[in-house]
Design a protein around this ligand. Sequence first.
Ligand code: MN
Length: 133
Amino acid sequence: MAGESILIVEDNDTNLRLFTYLLSSKGYDVRGVGDAPEALQLLQSFRPGLILMDLQLPGTDGYELTRRFKGDLALRDIPIIALSAYAMRGDEEKALAAGCDGYITKPIDTRAFPARIAEFLIKGPRGRAPDEL
Ligand code: MN
């Protein structure tokens, strides 16, 4: 839905610009950060409806950051969608085990991407129907 806010945690500038462009042009309020400390800082004043989480981050990686958010009562209901460059077997299971609510493989399909994000926004966190939120 246009107007909803999205936080993107992605250390690759080219990817961050691409994702931001694709989602901003659909009317979302998009903020981007490059690492875990920046994400934690921004979340003190910004409450996104969805987080896109690159799993391969410098320092604290996306798995660890997801576990941290999902263990935080104030943040646990924000759906987190993992972004991973690795098409490795087991990567998606690892992301879901860390608490991610969905998974998208990079490079992304730029035409399908906004629709997939819209689906995740409607669906909400894993295991909960939107009307339970
Ligand atoms: Mn990365």
